[in-house]
Design a protein around this ligand. Structure first.
Ligand code: GTP
Length: 599
């Protein structure tokens, strides 16, 4: 157990790609926590998928021993937090477990939307904040400008900001000294009953659920019985340890310390993030406050391309859910797609990550239906229905009104792209709330329907600003609007998986765009195929795909039989990725591409 005065707990807050993981690696390396030869790049991004995408998804933790220039030995606990907007909730909970933050800003870029969102969370959690200007090895680095920006936009003193290159190691020693000197030591009472915060939990195939904890008061010991206060469940603690970053068992953890416990817990769902852990008898009276479970906000259907893989998909989803309490699912049947699952996610990135993992780790090809938000449908009889799937929309004649979720979006963008950003937000039914400047960058705040953002807003934003805009959002609440369900009929058969909720004023435009897209995406068949968009019984847009005999072998006449066979095989493989609707084959990518808008 380490005495409180020699502990420093901190997190690193940054915009995506500003170098948070690289800095963490360097701190670990500089202190000899990991031997040089064991050092892999981006040590804390443990999942392959994270490494490939270069984003940190799960909050990770490491305990670092550091002997400071004053000769004293300190224990530094770093909790690494994710940087993407979907995981804002994970950021907020890990913030509560530490007393300070390093605010990392890329000195070639400056403050971005997620810098702001994350630093405000740190300020909310009463953190002491140490500004760090990273990437000073790059010629485009401009520390004075960025320090000024931090002061102007965030309002914290950046005169003593540490200048760092996480790449070369310059400034790392100064960063470690600042952690020890500027961040406060944790407080806590060793003699009080155990009070520990459940910061995070995940499933490990060997040890069961691993629970990350921050000890507030008292002692957590191996062999003791503890109570999870939210549901009064009792558990026998069979291991206590710390991350260095690999697991190291210890006998106990005391106030201010961060580590983990295992207690033969089978499912992540049995551990609520933010819960208070105490002794089974004579425990603490007061639980920690302020935590709520993460709520999924984006829903979509996942169906196997090959319907015989449904059981494999169920298995994959069950396993993924073991480790991800924020991912929800239930079985769904679609007339068009057969058996599958309706799944809920924290946001689009979360959706993509889960989808990729199913495809890659479990080798199941998926059809993903259009993402949808949760609508509140108020019926004339006073009932309110939460609509997760446009296909389940009740009879409109019985509906009184519909409410949709809205968000407050903050976008930071260089001046020259401002016009395009305003147009994009306007086109997505946005209401401008604020527009300010920080140097040559504009900060715009918009009130937008979440529905207009979940799909391809982020992609569009990146493309109209050549990647220079940054974006962050928060849910604000539900408001009523003129929303209708638009169905799509291919060859007169409704394709339920393509149903969407749209604003009445835009339905026609959307319907037309969707029919045109589908016309390009669906291959020609031997008969004419009408493609229609409809609201209720009324067709609002129509395209016709003309008939064609697609003879791919025509150009190989008289020729080489193997080439001919190869072409036919290739065509067969292409077919596998299609689904039949009535008599029409629709390729998998149509379900997503048809919904992308060009505005
Ligand atoms: N030249 C230079 N490149 C750096 C430095 N620090 C980080 N990088 C590079 O910047 C990119 C992003 O760094 P990461 O550490 O992955 O950024 P991050 O903030 O952790 O990103 P997320 O984990 O996705 O939030 C990587 O390609 C790094 O190699 C630096 O000091 N100098």
């Amino acid at each position: 157990m380490t005495d409180l005065a020699h502990i420093r707990n901190f997190s690193i807050v940054a915009h995506i790609d500003h170098g948070k993981s690289t800095l963490a690696d360097r701190l670990i390396q500089e202190t000899g926590t990991v031997k040089d030869r064991d050092m892999k790049e981006q040590l804390l991004d443990s999942m392959d998928i994270e490494r490939e995408r270069g984003i940190t998804i799960k909050a990770n933790t490491v305990r670092i021993d550091y002997t400071a220039d004053n000769g004293e030995a300190y224990v530094l606990n770093l909790i690494d937090t994710p940087g993407h907007v979907d995981f804002a909730y994970e950021v907020s909970r890990s913030m509560r477990a530490v007393e300070g933050s390093l605010l990392v800003v890329d000195s070639t870029q400056g403050v971005e939307a997620q810098t702001l969102a994350n630093v405000y969370q740190a300020i909310d959690a009463d953190h002491e904040i140490v500004p760090v200007l990273n990437k000073i090895d790059l010629p485009a680095s401009d520390c004075d400008r960025v320090a000024e920006q931090i002061e102007d936009v965030i309002g914290i003193d950046a005169t003593d900001a540490i200048q760092v290159s996480a790449k070369t190691g310059q400034g790392i020693h100064e960063t470690l000294e600042a952690i020890v000197q500027q961040l406060p030591a944790p407080q806590g009472n060793l003699d009080a009953p155990l009070k520990a915060m459940l910061v995070d939990s995940w499933y490990d195939a060997y040890l069961g659920v691993i629970v990350l904890v921050r000890i507030m008061d008292g002692t957590l010991k191996k062999g003791m019985r503890v109570k999870f206060m939210s549901n009064n469940t009792l558990h026998h603690v069979d291991r206590v340890g710390v991350f260095r970053p690999e697991m190291e068992m210890v006998d106990s953890l005391g106030p201010g310390e961060i580590g983990f416990l295992t207690a033969s817990i089978k499912q992540v769902r049995d551990t609520r993030v933010g819960d208070t852990i105490t002794n089974d008898r004579n425990g603490t009276e007061e639980a920690l406050t302020g935590f709520k479970p993460a709520q999924p906000v984006v829903f979509c259907g996942l169906f196997p391309v090959d319907s015989s893989e449904f059981e494999d998909l169920r298995d994959a989803i069950d396993k993924l859910a073991l480790n991800d309490a924020s991912f929800s699912f239930e079985m769904e049947t679609s007339a068009a797609l057969g058996f599958g699952f309706r799944c809920g996610f924290l946001g689009l990135l979360h959706l993509e990550v889960i989808r990729d993992r199913i495809e890659r780790e479990y080798d199941i090809e998926l059809i993903t239906t259009a993402p949808s938000v949760i609508y509140h449908v108020y019926m004339k009889d006073g009932e309110m229905i939460e609509l997760h799937n446009p296909a389940d929309m009740p009879d409109p004649s019985k509906v009184d009104h519909i409410e949709e979720p809205r968000i407050k979006a903050t976008i930071l963008v260089p001046d020259e792209f401002l016009g395009d950003v305003l147009k994009l937000c306007q086109d997505r039914r946005g209401i401008q709330m604020d527009l300010t400047y920080a140097g040559s960058r504009a900060m715009v705040v918009y009130d937008l329907p979440l529905n207009e953002v979940v799909f391809d807003f982020y992609d569009r934003l990146k493309s109209v600003t050549k990647g220079y805009a940054s974006f962050d959002y928060q849910m604000t609440g539900y408001t009523e609007d003129a929303l209708v369900k638009m169905s799509v009929l291919v060859n007169d058969e409704p394709v339920d998986a393509l149903s969407t909720m749209v604003h009445r004023d835009r339905a026609e435009m959307r319907g037309r765009a969707m029919c045109e897209k589908l016309k390009d995406l669906i291959p020609r068949h031997m008969f004419k195929i009408p493609i229609q968009a409809a609201i209720g019984g009324k067709v609002i847009a129509r395209e016709t795909l003309s008939a064609l005999r697609k003879d791919v072998t025509a150009k190989c006449y008289g020729g080489d039989a193997t080439r001919k066979r190869k072409l036919l095989d290739k065509q067969k493989a292409g077919k596998k990725k299609m689904r039949q609707f009535g008599k029409v084959d629709i390729p998998q990518e149509a379900f997503i591409s048809a919904l992308k808008m060009d505005s």
